[in-house]
Every structure is written in structure tokens, then in C-alpha cells.
Design a protein around this ligand. Structure first.
Ligand code: FAD
Length: 640
């Protein structure tokens, strides 16, 4: 084995990840840890200032309930999320985040994030729940607050350390192992409690952008399923692994469409000019009551467009030019129109330059001026994100005070947002069934975890034991791809092609092909069935076997090896759960052609799964969907 220094770090609370949720966890945990004389340690695989999904910046905060403004209630937010997710959410988790998210946004502002205000000093909304921000430095501001909080409380943070496996002490989490992506160092973190916040998973499915476009994705390609892998390997029960998210975005560069729909009131049409949202309105009846809700659930909006594409009426265009012309016409005289257009153009460009620079580059490269010519939009490949509009993640306990007699048994087990593994908490993309947290809600959920995890440590203040020999074996396995490369790379003239090993890029292509063709990716028009899923599981098993032969020429490639092993586990959890849920509930995210309709009688519930450590077996579990709030009546939802 190559020579690596073993660095052992012992701490009270270990936070894995350095994104929005982890930064929230750090700020809150540091506060409570200082009061209790405890140490908090954070580990990020990248540099916190620009790590995770907010790396490049954002132009809107998507979750702000505005409770003090009195316009919305927590229940309003729960209703919105429940309807968008076609009825399958944990109301206790969504409500818990919704009641805390405003204070997180106020913290962002205090730390220096510019939030747009109107002449009366009120926040400017983009939609009911969204606030406009100057967000180029959003992540830098949030990370700085987290780092300061950790340092002031005597904690520490490690950057460019990639976490691979959990360390367990029976049914309790005991820490994690990882490696430096820059130095020959192996890390062993021992902790009394762990917060998992390592983001979602991208590039599990074959992306639309391949070849020279490889690496472009809507969600950041560096989020590779570390949260799912870590929690699965710790034996945690997982939920909603079938609920992938597919955004419709400007084609090939994934530029945001929200501002065009909301600010510019732009329409999307098929190639013949037909507006599928109008022409296919009747289809929404088939997905009642969710199909009749306003706003129409994201997956159903996708679905109506997909029906056009499947009928050969594509491409789908965002009618940007018409929208701009209409705005100009409505402005009155020519001078007013010019002024309005200038304002809107500045907003539009900011939207793209904030979070999708590649869209601006692609338009420039293709001679597209969106104000003069329509631009193609398309459904992207599927992503696994518990924080945005997907719902996959760990099955976690809700807060005690929100439970009722019905929910308490099923949704509460001691500590708010703790997984089924003792001492292991999950936030942001890592926790499931609590969709629509976005950047602000993920930070708020991190804060909830930070406080609860410190409480756990105070009440369970013993360092779990660690089997050193077993950990050394894990470290050896962690570096194996380097050894495989060292041993066999000389046996062929091209080190990329070798019968003794597989390089991570090729491994990823194989994974993406399986998922795309059999589990309903772009090329399968998001459709699948039992036969396809069974075949996918067979091929995934072969791929898993081959993961023992992954080879890495250097530390960077070692990182790539692990990212793809983690993607593979996310893929397997997804495939098994799609197979388990015998219905189609989110047709714009995926369709089971053998069960093409929604089945409220049998599947108005959570589809959970668990990989059982030691046995290497999967368990599939149905969990009940219970309400905290009275179920909204159909007439309240329609047009509501
Ligand atoms: C294109 C795009 C547009 C979006 N638009 C908006 C918007 O307009 N408004 C809004 O509010 N939200 C938006 N979001 C959503 C928001 O960014 C996410 O909800 C939020 O970032 C999720 O937080 P998280 O902490 O779970 O994950 P992230 O913020 O992604 O953080 C994950 C962290 O884990 C680290 N990590 C990953 N693997 C490992 C490992 N193995 N070891 C150690 N560390 C690891 C990463 O480096 C990173 O620090 C958008 C996201 C994207 C990508």
C-alpha cells in the first residue's frame, strides 16, 4: 500500500460537508457547544467558501415564509409542498423547517447578504416564497459566518478532505474515515455524534450534456451521493429514494427558467406554437386532486411538455422574444419601453451570470439573443436532492412538540432530525421526505440538527468505542485504487485501457448507461417497468463487483473513484425503490409503464429502504403518510 500518514481527530460533534446545511449546523452547534464545553469539527471535501450547490451564487432565496408579515402561515407552506410532491411528505419536518427558516434568512442579511427591498423597506418577492438577492457571494458570506462561529467556540474545520465510510459502534455512529485530496493523509474522525450534510447526487443518470459538454449539469456535478452512501452504509433507513427531481431548463446549459416565467410572464410552447399548458389541461384531471392545484405541481408541468415531445411536437421553446415585446408594448411610450427593457435585461443577465454562466456563454457561442429569438428548453436528467424539489434522503425523527397522538409513534424517536442510527443526524439534501427546503431551509435544518446533536452529546457523553483493526482495513480499502493502478498500469501501453482495472470515468459511463436505458433516463423518455428495473439491478450488481477493480493514478482520481462508488449506491437504492412502489405518482419525474396510474389506496405512503450492514441485504418498508394538519379539501386547493 502507498505510504499515507494516519491523522486521528477526536471531537464531540462531527459535521460532514461544508455546504448550506453544514454551515447552518456549524453556526448553531458552535453556540450550544461553547455553553457545554464541547468541541465541534467540520469536514468538507472542497473549500467552504465556494463548495456545494450554492458555489457560484444564486439570485433568489427560495424559501422565506414571512411569518411576521402575516401573509403566510406554516400550514400554507406545508400545503404547498404536500401538493407539489403529490401528497407524499412528512408534514412535521416541513413545518419544523418552515417555522425556523425566516430567522435563518434574517441571519444571512445580518451577515451581509444583500436582499432586495422596495421603497417601503419590504423584501422584494420573485414569487410567493422567494426573495430576490444579490447573491454572487451568497456562499462566501454563509461560509464565513460558519468558520467564525467554529473558531470562536474552539472548534476546527478541515477542507479538501473527502469522507468515504462511516465508523460504527453497534447501532451508534462513532465517526468517519476519509482522505486528503491534496496530501498523502488518511483521516480518522472519532465523534460522539455526526451530522451528515454532504449534498445530493448528480451524474447518476446519463446527462444530456455529453462529449464536449460533459460536466455541465443543472445541479453541481461534484455532489456525488456522499450523503446517501454514508447513511446507507451506516444502516440508516432511507425514504423517498424513488423521488428524483427533473427540472425543465434552457437546453444544454441548464439556465434558470423561473425568472422568465415569473418576471417576464413568458410562455413555453411546442415547435408548432401550441401551448401545452393550455392544450393539455384536461390531462391534469387524471392526477386529481394534485393536478387541480395552483401552482400546478412541477412534475405535472413537466409531464404536459413531455407528452408533446413524445408525440413528436418538439423542440419546446421558451418564447423569450414575444415576452419581451409584450412588456415593451405594455410600457406605453417608446421611452418607457426602452427603460423597462433595460431594467429587465439587467435582471435577466444577473439571473444567468449569478448561477449559470455557461448559459450566457452558450447563447453567445450560438448567436442567440434571447430578446430577439426563442430559446429551447428541455427536461434535464434526473437528480437526487432532498432539499430542492426532490425528496430522497434519510428517514429522520421529527420534533416532539409538533407531533400528535397519531404521528408520535411513527415520526418521533428522541432527537429532532436524527436518523434511525443513534447519534447520526441529517440535513439539507441528506434528509428525506421534506422537500422544498432550498438554500435557506437547508441552512435552517442544519441549525435544527446542530442544536439537537449537541443535546444528544450532552445526554450521551461517552466516546463510542472503535475497532482499530477494522478501521485500518477500511483505510486500506479506501486507498486500494491507487495500489491497483500501481500494480497493473505498466501492463498496457495506454494506462487508460487495461484488462486488470477500470478507471472511474469509464465506471461512471457504465453506471449512467444502465440508469439511462433501464431506469428511465432521458433516452428512455423517463419510462421504466419491472423487466427494465430487474435488468438494471442485474447490471448494477456486475458493476458493484467491478468496483473492487477501480484504479486511480493519483489522489484526484481516487476522489473520482469514490464519487462513483457512492453514485452506484444511490443508483441501487433508487432502482430498488422504484421497483417497490408499484404505481406512477410523479409522471413528470418517471413513469412505470406497467403501473401507469396513481394508486392512492395502496401507495399513499412512504416507500423506504435499508441496507443491512453485515448481512449485505436490502429491506423494503412501507411507512404511513400521517397528517399534522387537516387535509385540505379539494375546493380549497383549486385555484388556491
Ligand atoms: C443550479 C441551482 C439552482 C438553485 N437555485 C436555488 C435558488 O434559486 N434558491 C434557493 O434557495 N436554492 C436554490 N438551489 C438549492 C440549494 O442550492 C440547495 O438546496 C442547498 O445548497 C442544499 O444544501 P446542502 O448543504 O444539502 O448541500 P450543498 O450546499 O450542496 O453542500 C454539500 C457539501 O458537502 C460537501 N461534500 C460532498 N461530498 C463530500 C464528501 N464525500 N466529503 C466531504 N464533504 C463532501 C460539498 O463539498 C459541499 O460543501 C439551487 C441549486 C442549484 C444547484
Amino acid at each position: 500500500m502507498a505510504k499515507f500518514e494516519k491523522v486521528e481527530v477526536t471531537t464531540d460533534l462531527l459535521i460532514l460537508g461544508g455546504g448550506m446545511a453544514a454551515c447552518g449546523a456549524a453556526v448553531e452547534a458552535a453556540y450550544w457547544a461553547k455553553k457545554n464545553g464541547l468541541k465541534v469539527t467540520l469536514v468538507d471535501k472542497a473549500a467552504m467558501d465556494r463548495s456545494g450547490a450554492v458555489a457560484m451564487g444564486l439570485s433568489a432565496i427560495n424559501q422565506y415564509v414571512g411569518l411576521h408579515e402575516g401573509k403566510n402561515t406554516v400550514k400554507d407552506y406545508v400545503d404547498y409542498v404536500r401538493m407539489d410532491l403529490m401528497g407524499i411528505i412528512r408534514e412535521d419536518l416541513v413545518a419544523n423547517i418552515a417555522r425556523h427558516v425566516d430567522s435563518t434568512v434574517h441571519l444571512f442579511e445580518k451577515w451581509g447578504l444583500p436582499i432586495w427591498k422596495d421603497a417601503e423597506g419590504r423584501y422584494v418577492h420573485e414569487g410567493r416564497w422567494q426573495l430576490m438577492i444579490n447573491g454572487e457571494s451568497y456562499k462566501v458570506i454563509v461560509a464565513e459566518a460558519a468558520k467564525n462561529a467554529l473558531q470562536e467556540a474552539g472548534g476546527e474545520y478541515f477542507e479538501r478532505v473527502f469522507i468515504t465510510e462511516p465508523i460504527l459502534d453497534g447501532d451508534r455512529i462513532a465517526g468517519a474515515i476519509g482522505f486528503s485530496t491534496r496530501e498523502n493523509k488518511a483521516y480518522v474522525f472519532r465523534a460522539k455524534s455526526v451530522i451528515v450534510a454532504m449534498g445530493g447526487a448528480v451524474h447518476v443518470f446519463k446527462p444530456r450534456s455529453t462529449g464536449e459538454g460533459l460536466g455541465r449539469a443543472w445541479y453541481p456535478p461534484w455532489n456525488s451521493g456522499s450523503s446517501a452512501y454514508f447513511t446507507l452504509r451506516a444502516g440508516a433507513e432511507m425514504t423517498s429514494q424513488e423521488v428524483r427531481f427533473i427540472p425543465v431548463r434552457f437546453k444544454d446549459a441548464y439556465g434558470p427558467v423561473g425568472a422568465w416565467f415569473l418576471l417576464f410572464k413568458s410562455a413555453a410552447t411546442n415547435a408548432m406554437g401550441g401551448n401545452y399548458m393550455i392544450e393539455r389541461k384536461d390531462e391534469l384531471e387524471s392526477w386529481k386532486p394534485y393536478g387541480l392545484v395552483k401552482p400546478i405541481p412541477a412534475n405535472l408541468r413537466n409531464w404536459l411538455g413531455m407528452l408533446d415531445v413524445m408525440e413528436g411536437k418538439g423542440p419546446i421553446f421558451m418564447r423569450t422574444a414575444e415576452a419581451i415585446q409584450k412588456i415593451a408594448a405594455d410600457a406605453g411610450d417608446e421611452k418607457a419601453a426602452k427603460k423597462k427593457l433595460k431594467e429587465l435585461e439587467a435582471e435577466a443577465w444577473e439571473d444567468f451570470l449569478d448561477m449559470t454562466i455557461s448559459q450566457a456563454i452558450l447563447w453567445a457561442a450560438n448567436n442567440v439573443e434571447p430578446e430577439k429569438r426563442s430559446s429551447e428548453i428541455a427536461a434535464a436528467e434526473p437528480y437526487f436532492i432532498g432539499s430542492h424539489s426532490g425528496a430522497s434522503g434519510a428517514w429522520i425523527s421529527g420534533p416532539e412538540d409538533l407531533q400528535n397522538g397519531q404521528t408520535k409513534n411513527d415520526y418521533f424517536w428522541g432527537y429532532s432530525h436524527m436518523s434511525t442510527v443513534k447519534g447520526m443526524f441529517c440535513a439539507g439534501d441528506a434528509s428525506g421526505a421534506s422537500s422544498h427546503k432550498f438554500s435557506s431551509g437547508s441552512h435552517a435544518e442544519g441549525r435544527i440538527c446542530g442544536k439537537a446533536a449537541v443535546k444528544f452529546v450532552v445526554e450521551n457523553n461517552t466516546l463510542p468505542s472503535m475497532d482499530t483493526a477494522a478501521v485500518d482495513k477500511m483505510i486500506e480499502a479506501q486507498f486500494k485504487p491507487l495500489d491497483v493502478f500501481a500494480e497493473f498500469s505498466g501492463k498496457t501501453t495506454d494506462p487508460e485501457i487495461n484488462p486488470h482495472y477500470i478507471k472511474p470515468k469509464m465506471f461512471m459511463f457504465r453506471l449512467q448507461k444502465i440508469m439511462d436505458e433501464y431506469v428511465g433516463g432521458v433516452s428512455a423518455q423517463f419510462a421504466t417497468n419491472k423487466a427494465c428495473l430487474d435488468r438494471a439491478l442485474e447490471l448494477l450488481a456486475f458493476l458493484k463487483e467491478d468496483s473492487a477493480n477501480l484504479a486511480a493514478a493519483d489522489l484526484h482520481e481516487l476522489l473520482r473513484c469514490w464519487e462513483n462508488v457512492q453514485r452506484l449506491w444511490q443508483a441501487e437504492a433508487h432502482t430498488r425503490t422504484i421497483l417497490f412502489r408499484e404505481e406512477t405518482r410523479w409522471p413528470g419525474y418517471y413513469r412505470r409503464t406497467d403501473f401507469p396510474t396513481m394508486d392512492e389506496a395502496n401507495w399513499h405512503c412512504f416507500a423506504n429502504c435499508r441496507w443491512i450492514p453485515g448481512k449485505n441485504e436490502w429491506e423494503m418498508i412501507k411507512r404511513p403518510m400521517l397528517h399534522l394538519y387537516p387535509k385540505a379539501q379539494e375546493h380549497e386547493l383549486v385555484g388556491g
